[in-house]
Design a binder for this molecule. Structure first.
Ligand SMILES: C[S@@+](CC[C@H](N)C(=O)[O-])C[C@H]1O[C@@H](n2cnc3c(N)ncnc32)[C@H](O)[C@@H]1O
Length: 186
């Protein structure tokens, strides 16, 4: 990501701090750690929750198979145009809450997804909504699929443990702020 794009992304994230929970886009190292468990050669349907200004989205699209689709859920309407401007035919951008995965998949005629990548600021989202989001994630992932989420604290770790078959934890200092990465397998 060039410096100008990073500055404009940071300004947009600061403007919406209450729902974005950050002031700067994720670092290359964090994105690499987050996406490492995905086998991009076999994945044909991916979901991204909370794409914001699109730094993770661009990395996913770069690695994605030509026949794979990526469905992005973003509540902040200001980011939608920026995501659509990526103009990738494999990308579906939805201005909706991450808890509405099932109804959007029904609209797109998709039964289940291979992996779900999330930058949602879980610690800032109402507990009941987080519960709905995590249930929606679990029930729409294929067996063996991964839910990949980063967080700046371990505040939702205990909630993830009982929902998934396994939850592995990674950590990187090379992000502002440093971040934990959860790799949850269904
Ligand atoms: C930390 S920003 C992530 C930006 C970018 N993906 C990154 O890693 O730098 C979190 C994003 O989640 C979005 N968001 C917050 N709550 C959401 C929800 N319930 N459903 C979908 N998106 C949500 C915010 O609008 C914001 O764009």
């Amino acid at each position: 990501m060039n410096a100008r794009l990073k500055l404009s992304d940071s300004l947009n994230l600061i403007k919406s701090f209450k729902t974005s929970g950050t002031i700067t886009p994720s670092s290359k190292v964090l994105i690499k750690t987050l996406l490492a468990p995905i086998d991009f050669t076999s994945a044909r349907c991916l979901i991204e929750l909370g794409p914001g200004t699109g730094c993770v989205t661009r990395s996913i699209l770069k690695r994605m198979h030509p026949d794979c689709i990526l469905i992005c859920f973003e509540v902040n309407g200001d980011f939608i145009d920026q995501l659509e401007a990526l103009q990738d035919p494999r990308l579906r951008v939805v201005n909706a809450c991450a808890s509405s995965i099932r109804s959007i998949l029904d609209d797109l005629d998709v039964e289940e997804v291979d992996h779900i990548v999330s930058s949602l600021p879980l610690a800032l989202i109402d507990n009941e909504v987080v519960k709905k989001i995590l249930e929606s994630v679990r029930s729409n992932l294929r067996a063996g699929g991964c839910f990949l989420q980063f967080q700046y604290s371990l505040s939702n770790y205990a909630e993830l443990k009982p929902i998934f078959k396994s939850v592995k934890l990674d950590f990187t200092f090379r992000n502002m702020p440093p971040a934990f990465v959860y790799e949850c397998t269904k």
